[in-house]
Design a protein around this ligand. Structure first.
Ligand code: PMP
Length: 354
């Protein structure tokens, strides 16, 4: 059997599950589809000028320079990945031996556990409880007991939407011997960051992505900011040409035109408020406060609602994990029309229950 030839650690690994859909309203992957297409012409023009027969710049120097300048950070403190997914994997490859531990709040983004599982690491999940609020003292107590190599915190947290306070991150950095990874995939929606702390804490890693606010999920570009020492270690595991010339070019154009995204980010924040109120007005629907471009809700019959919406061409996220995410659904804040279509279908479904 081929299976017996695979790495032992893979026996416990379940592949990342994501729907691939072509039609309909995709409110399942926290993308921002409001504006990125406006750059298509510029990206296409830049791509036409590329010599695709040559390998891409393995260092992605132009892109890194732009990221460094935008974030007031030294270029040597930046690394880029094929999505921040790849940077998570690189963190694990670089720091986790079989049996080493990582600690995360739970529930959180599944790729921390999946990547760690591939390496044979142990993932310790600190349950945030029924209302998904981060209890710093519970968390630090567990960290002290388990002595992990890495801590991963999605901030804002996917899928619950909550945030860990800056003071608590600083306390972690000052009291914990390992590396603290703060995944700021949704930073542009929360406006809260710890990137400015990188020069002061050599064991802090901040991850960002262009897949969310900057609408570039299809190109696969993420970046990490950390001390030169950490970046030096990550370079050892980085695949040589991890960002194609196309990815690099699209990302550069995107960052050079950052200002066009601002109105769409503001619209998403307004729509998040509208959706929070609209969802909260339904009896039996619990809505969790979110700092991202998505909302987590809990209600009886979540799976049935998910199926109903799908039959109407509206795709949201349902979690099979059970446990604390039982009866929960995550919906991306889409365009005005999409959000109204979603609420309209939710109303229809509620009416079928009467
Ligand atoms: N981190 C978090 C918290 C996410 O939600 C996601 C996307 N689902 C990622 C990282 C990965 O994003 P990407 O690989 O597209 O940069």
């Amino acid at each position: 059997m081929v299976e017996s030839l695979a790495k032992r650690s893979l026996r416990k690994v379940t592949p990342y599950a994501a729907d691939s859909k072509i039609k309909g309203i995709p409110l399942d992957a926290n993308e921002n589809r409001n504006l990125a297409f406006k750059l298509n012409d510029k990206i296409a023009e830049a791509i036409m000028a590329l010599d695709i027969s040559r390998y891409p710049d393995p260092e992605a120097k132009v892109l890194k320079k732009k990221i460094a300048a935008d974030n007031w950070i030294n270029e040597e403190c930046v690394i880029v990945g094929s999505g921040s997914d790849q940077l998570i994997l690189m963190m694990i490859q670089a720091f986790i031996n079989e049996g080493d531990k990582i600690v995360t709040p739970a529930p959180t983004f599944s790729m921390y556990g999946i990547s760690n599982g591939i390496a044979g690491g142990e993932t310790i999940q600190v349950d945030m409880g029924e209302f998904f609020s981060f209890d710093f003292y519970k968390f630090i107590k567990r960290v002290n007991k388990e002595e992990p190599k890495l801590i991963f915190i999605s901030n804002p947290n996917n899928p619950t939407g909550g945030m860990v306070d800056r003071e608590h991150i600083i306390k972690l950095l000052e009291n914990f011997k390992g590396i603290v990874v703060i995944d700021e995939a949704y930073y542009e929606f929360s406006g809260r960051t710890v990137m400015d702390l990188v020069p002061y804490y050599p064991k802090l890693v901040v991850l960002r992505t262009l897949s969310k606010a900057y609408g570039l999920a299809g190109a696969r570009v993420g970046y990490g900011v950390a001390s030169k020492e950490i970046i030096g270690i990550l370079k050892k595991v980085k695949p040589p040409y991890n960002l194609s010339v196309l990815d690099q070019q699209a990302a550069i154009i995107c960052l050079q035109n950052k200002e066009i995204f601002q109105p769409s980010i503001e619209e998403i924040l307004e729509e998040r408020l509208w959706l929070t109120k609209a969802l909260g007005s339904f009896p039996g629907v619990e809505v969790f406060n979110s700092y991202g471009n998505f909302l987590l809700i809990r209600l009886k019959g979540a799976k049935e609602l998910y199926n109903y919406l799908q039959s109407k061409g509206i795709f949201i996220r349902h979690f099979n994990e059970g446990g604390s995410l039982a009866n929960c659904l995550r919906v991306t804040v889409g365009t005005k029309e999409e959000n109204r279509a979603f609420i309209g279908s939710l109303k229809e479904w509620m009416n079928t229950l009467k």
